[in-house]
Design a binder for this molecule. Sequence first.
Ligand SMILES: [Zn+2]
Length: 411
Amino acid sequence: MTIETIAQRIRTQLEELSAFTATPGNGVTRFPFTQEARKASDYLKTRMEEVGLTVRMDNSGSVIGRLEGQVPDTVMIGSHLDSVQFGGAYDGIAGVVCAIEAVRQMAESNEKPFYSIEVIATNDEEGSRFKSGLFTGKVMDAQLTVEDIQRYKDADGVSVYAAMKEYGLNPDEIANHKRTDIKAFIEVHIEQGPILEAEQKDIGVVDIIVGIKRALVTVNGRADHIGTMPMNMRMDAVEAATKVIANIGDRSRQYPLAVATVGNLNVAPNIVNIIPSQVTYTVDFRGTTQDEIDAQYKGMLEDLQAVTVRFHMSFDVAETLNVIPVELSKDFRSYIKESCTKRGYSNMNIVSGAGHDAQVFGARMPAAMIFVPSIGGRSHCPEENTDARTLAMASNVAYDTLLRICAEKRL
Ligand SMILES: [Zn+2]
């Protein structure tokens, strides 16, 4: 099959899928457990059936197409079907379509693969609706309880529990869907950054998916008159907090692949003539090792300690997210590289600074991620774009990788 034939199939499917959006004319908005998610799921189900897969929706709302192998142990390949608000037509869904095309080549060979293969379109990876995310992966690892899904609510106060019920799923069974038969996970995904394009590479071989530590910090000062309270007696929450925040970026730069972001900042009472009594901010530390994440976090805590002691103030830190960095399978990375070499695709190793489904699976089984260039490095916006030819290349590499995993029989 020529690369152009595969590219054309991918192009057509992505164009048709982009119509399943809650914001027509303003990018793709496909939140979990919505009409748009249902339509995209039905569409994917039909495409998977055409390939000859046995298709079902699991209790997380993901769509799974299975190609039975010689053994029940399963290699899963796919990505997510949901999107962010006003997102693009490629993030997640492109990886699902590439997986369908990779497994089409396996199914057409009429040879039963050693491992069973499942193509998956996972649900609620982004966390856009319920501020949680990586939902399907967590359900398959039985990480969520009924209490958890009752607690996560969308902007209208609808819980994951209620949304699942409305969608025809069984939320009371949420903790009973651990999949122990899945032995490996492969994900094709757009890079969502500028590196592959700048380096003029077709394929990115992901080494590591970064770990994330996120916290909500509160610095407590005291409201007083801005003119009458002397500088050596005031408890100014903005002065204290900004001294700490100013150090965060430079500390992060000590580690070449770490990033740190203060994305949300609130000042109370936020009035021109009152000394600020409280500052709250969110901070997100990412890195390729837990040590560099912890070092950044510890450095910030020391700064908070020092500055609040100096001004006789107090602070409070609540951790809101903790995800460990995941190194992807060395064997799978070498299979991917060998496939690229054989096919003449240029490639490079790359770190994923974003979280992905492969992170949840990769924490407990060998996993691989294959990146393709994002044009202009744009993502999570309507302008998101990727050349269908590079997606077809990634699909071919995924196909080779699946064959190799089946040939090695080492899972
Ligand atoms: Zn994604």
